[in-house]
Every structure is written in structure tokens, then in C-alpha cells.
Write a protein that binds this ligand. Structure first.
Ligand SMILES: CC(C)(COP(=O)(O)OP(=O)(O)OC[C@H]1O[C@@H](n2cnc3c(N)ncnc32)[C@H](O)[C@@H]1OP(=O)(O)O)[C@@H](O)C(=O)NCCC(=O)NCCS
Length: 207
């Protein structure tokens, strides 16, 4: 599908798209979606576990199926999962949310849904910092995290997290994207209080 560039955060992924934490009943759908969009596929158990033990730091984007979903927030019902973000607080870092995986089904890509899921994750967790690793060839993912820093008026630091020699052959290096500070005291929030536009946050690469 050709990518249609639209402002992320705009409600262009459909009015009926809703966000909620995953439940264990979502595990199969998340596993399938990960496979469909070509993410590093973890075991089905990992996705069930995430819906149980890491639901507070994860988000599912869903909409009721045309033929009968009731659109409730209960989870695990007959709804269509369009995307998910799985995350966790790294041990000892309660103000950091680390994105483990993010994926949007092909039919819903390019409409701001991933950006909205990240905003939902930040709102739910109140995290000061958002971290994720991205492979150098993943332009969509790099644009997503860069756009998130820009939208929140804050900084983005990039550094090598895991060089390729840590992996079996054929895996690129993983680059750490660290976004923040977010919320009160962030450059964007300070500029809003000052009534100034503030300096445009610049990506800082230490790769
Ligand atoms: C990465 C992914 C989650 C983005 O989902 P999405 O809902 O299409 O993204 P959005 O529509 O919210 O777009 C967010 C930003 O990325 C940009 N973008 C989206 N797809 C893009 C593409 N294929 N190429 C370049 N930029 C792209 C958008 O223009 C937007 O940038 P902006 O803020 O500068 O306007 C989706 O492409 C996907 O599921 N990819 C496969 C799985 C994957 O690679 N996950 C990330 C692993 S770290």
C-alpha cells in the first residue's frame, strides 16, 4: 500500500477506532498482526503474557467489527485489532516507557494510527521519556519516533543500542531513540508557558 502522508495525531484512522490496554485474549491477534507486518516474531506465549503482565504499558487500537462488535472497552471481544504497541518500564526506571514492538495492519497504515497509539501510551503512563530501538533501514519507524518528539516539542537522542555483531547473521544494528523530557518541564511545555515558540528541538545523533 502506498504511504499517504497526513498529519499524525489527526483523527484520520477512523472515528470508530478506540484504544485500550491489551488483555491475554488479544494474544493470538497480536501474534498474527506481528507476523503480518513483518515484525520480529516472538512466541504466542509472549503476546499472551504481554496482555496480562504488561498491559498497563501497552495499547491496542481496535474497532468493532461491522457485524456485531459492541465497541466496549472490556477487551478480548469481537473487535478488529488494527494496531498495537507493547512496552514496559525498564527495571529501576519508572519514568521511562520502552517500546518493545509497534505495528499497524497494512490497511490502516499511513493514517496517523501509530502516532496516536504512542500518544495514548504516553498519556496513560505519564512517562517522562519514551525509548525504542529502530533498525537503520526502517524509515517508517524512524519517522514515527522523530515525529513524536516533534509533536511533543521535545528532544530526540539517537545512539547505537545493540550493534549488529550481537545478533545472528542478517540482523541490523538497533539504534536507540530516546525522546524527552515529556510533560511538565519539557521544552514544548516551557515554550507554551512562556508564550514563545521555543527553539525547535534538534535530533542529537551520537551514532
Ligand atoms: C512503523 C509503523 C508502525 C507506522 O505506523 P503508521 O500508523 O503507518 O504510522 P503513522 O501514520 O502514525 O505515521 C507516523 C510518521 O511516520 C511516517 N511514515 C509512516 N509510514 C511511513 C513510510 N512507509 N515511510 C516513511 N515515513 C512513514 C508518517 O509520515 C509520519 O511522519 P510525520 O510525523 O513526519 O508526518 C507501520 O509502518 C508498521 O507497522 N510497520 C511494520 C512494523 C514495524 O516496522 N514496526 C516498527 C518496529 S521498531
Amino acid at each position: 500500500m502506498q504511504h499517504r502522508a497526513q498529519p499524525p495525531g489527526a483523527n484520520t484512522a477512523g472515528r470508530d477506532v478506540r484504544f485500550r490496554p491489551p488483555t491475554p485474549s488479544d494474544g493470538q491477534a497480536l501474534w498474527r498482526l506481528a507476523q503480518d507486518v513483518g515484525l520480529d516474531l516472538n512466541s504466542p506465549y509472549a503476546y499472551v503474557l504481554w496482555g496480562d503482565r504488561f498491559s498497563a504499558t501497552s495499547v491496542v487500537a481496535h474497532r468493532p467489527r461491522a457485524d456485531g462488535g459492541d465497541g466496549t472497552e472490556a477487551g478480548g471481544g469481537d473487535d478488529e485489532i488494527l494496531g498495537y504497541v507493547t512496552g514496559f518500564h525498564p527495571p529501576g526506571c519508572p519514568d521511562v516507557v520502552f517500546v518493545w514492538q509497534i505495528g499497524v495492519s497494512a490497511r490502516a497504515q499511513g493514517r496517523g494510527l501509530a502516532a496516536r497509539m504512542l500518544d495514548e501510551l504516553l498519556a496513560r503512563t505519564g512517562a517522562r521519556w519514551l525509548e525504542a530501538t529502530v533498525t537503520p533501514s526502517n524509515a517508517a519507524s524512524a519517522a514515527l519516533f522523530s515525529g513524536t518528539a516533534r509533536r511533543h516539542g521535545t528532544d530526540l537522542d539517537r545512539s547505537v543500542a545493540y550493534p549488529e555483531d550481537l545478533f545472528p547473521g542478517g540482523h541490523e544494528a538497533e539504534i536507540l531513540f530516546r525522546i524527552g523530557p515529556l510533560g511538565p518541564g519539557s521544552p514544548g511545555a516551557r515554550a507554551a508557558v512562556d508564550g514563545t515558540q521555543g527553539a525547535q528541538p534538534q535530533p542529537k545523533d551520537v551514532i
